[in-house]
Design a protein around this ligand. Sequence first.
Ligand SMILES: CC(C)(COP(=O)(O)OP(=O)(O)OC[C@H]1O[C@@H](n2cnc3c(N)ncnc32)[C@H](O)[C@@H]1OP(=O)(O)O)[C@@H](O)C(=O)NCCC(=O)NCCS
Length: 203
Amino acid sequence: MTYAVQELVVRHVSPLDTAEITELVSDAMWDGPVARWLTPDPMERRRNAPRYFEIFVEHAVQYGEVYGTADDSGRMDGVALWFPLTSMIPPPMDYERRVKEATEGAIDRVQQLDAALDAEHPLEPHHYLAFLAVRPSKQNRGLGSQLLDRHHARLDRAGIPAYLEANDPRNRDLYLRHGYRVRSVIDLPDGPPIWSMWRPPMV
Ligand SMILES: CC(C)(COP(=O)(O)OP(=O)(O)OC[C@H]1O[C@@H](n2cnc3c(N)ncnc32)[C@H](O)[C@@H]1OP(=O)(O)O)[C@@H](O)C(=O)NCCC(=O)NCCS
């Protein structure tokens, strides 16, 4: 089946769009290896996911470039949240307070995660893929690849590299197939590996 990729590039979206993107990102990401490490209890993890991801979705909608795919009824089923770090972007507003509220007892781990990711984040200008999320019932049908291709084509035309962190071996392999190379493996204390990955522009 072929899906059309609908470009959203939402900079000034209504609160409704933010809620829909947050719901989709939470649905896809709440049970991943890093989320499990942050919040081992499944009920607490599921409950807190929307408040945690909302911080980044709001930030991406304001400062980033967000692309989505929608099904026939218009429901969003895949989304990519990019930050163009070719110029300075301020951190999310009120980050510490919000993340504390969103993660209950997991704040120490969130801080460890943030510090580990920050330490590896490249300083060269690039676009950063903060989240790529496809609704679980729609995974493995090419939506994630189409979203990647869409933005990579633009980066390649402009000669801009891309960076991301892969949180499990399967999505790491997806990114390898899309031209990324592993830069380093980030270790979390007693946690899963995270692969930091870099994609030079293709000519
Ligand atoms: C990773 C993800 C965005 C890929 O989107 P997709 O539309 O399923 O991907 P495509 O159909 O284009 O490509 C299929 C490949 O995606 C990867 N993939 C598919 N489902 C996956 C999942 N649940 N977890 C991790 N990787 C997955 C695999 O590499 C798969 O190839 P394989 O079947 O040969 O292993 C999507 O599966 C997803 O949202 N997963 C959960 C959240 C996540 O891991 N996001 C990435 C954070 S870095």
